[in-house]
Design a protein around this ligand. Sequence first.
Ligand code: HEC
Length: 109
Amino acid sequence: MKRNGLTLVALLFTSIFGLMHCKKSTGTGFEHAIMRPWFDKNCQSCHGSGGSNSRNWSYNPDDYESSIKKHASHIYEVVYTQKSMPPAGLTQNELEQFKAWYDAGYPVK
Ligand code: HEC
């Protein structure tokens, strides 16, 4: 019985450290209340993992730094300056949401 208890504790620690390690290696999650659903709706289908255009720019909301922050000015370019992304276009309200978020320094949440 005692042995089982110890094994359980050991297992628990292994899983906790495993999880902590995972979280660290995938970066900070993108949690912005407006822009997370905005990107999910407008960009995910083509640029999400396994999407047909994830090679041009890969949208990974689990890794804010490498997916969004690092490409912020490029994203601004195609979304706001050229208005070429998403190909179907955005509503005026969506464009304004994007601009406000970008001007605020594209916060993670
Ligand atoms: C319907 C599919 C589709 C959706 C939705 C979409 N894209 Fe794209 N995206 C593409 C395609 C196709 C290309 C490659 C276009 C090209 O090379 O001219 C591309 C290219 C890009 C590029 C790289 C452009 C370059 O200059 O290399 C960026 C950045 C980008 N998209 C951002 C976005 C963002 C941000 C969104 C959401 C607001 C979005 N895309 C939504 C299909 C899509």
